[in-house]
Design a protein around this ligand. Structure first.
Ligand SMILES: [Zn+2]
Length: 114
């Protein structure tokens, strides 16, 4: 009985199972953001919502989408943007985007500038 003294399970092998890496021909499982895709709604934060409901800070809305966003959100790429005060967006019934979370973002900004 010959016992090979290899303690590590995968530390000494010169071969790496590189079968899946067959050239990056396309990320098939990545959901490509299309024009149709809408971001989810930001989870309600009552405290943040109360703060932004009184803010004049500008947010961006997209025509035909019920969300409002902060600058830089990927949902805004290639869209016609309509800047309005967040207070107005709330009044008009827009809901905060779950990607850029404008409620939390603006509330946090405002909280530090008291
Ligand atoms: Zn957004």
């Amino acid at each position: 009985m010959v016992a090979a003294s290899h303690g590590g399970p995968a530390g000494d092998g010169p071969g790496e199972p590189a079968k899946d890496v067959n050239g990056a021909s396309g990320p098939a499982q990545e959901p490509t953001p299309t024009a149709e895709e809408e971001p989810p709604e930001e989870p309600r934060d009552a405290a943040a919502a109360a703060v932004v409901a009184g803010l004049e800070s500008e947010v961006l809305v997209v025509d035909e989408q019920p969300r409002y966003h902060v600058v830089g959100c990927r949902a805004l790429i290639g869209k016609a943007l309509i800047p309005i005060p967040v207070r107005e967006a709330v009044e008009l019934g827009f809901t905060p985007c779950g990607w850029c979370t404008p409620d939390r973002t603006l509330a946090a900004q405002h909280a530090s500038v008291r």
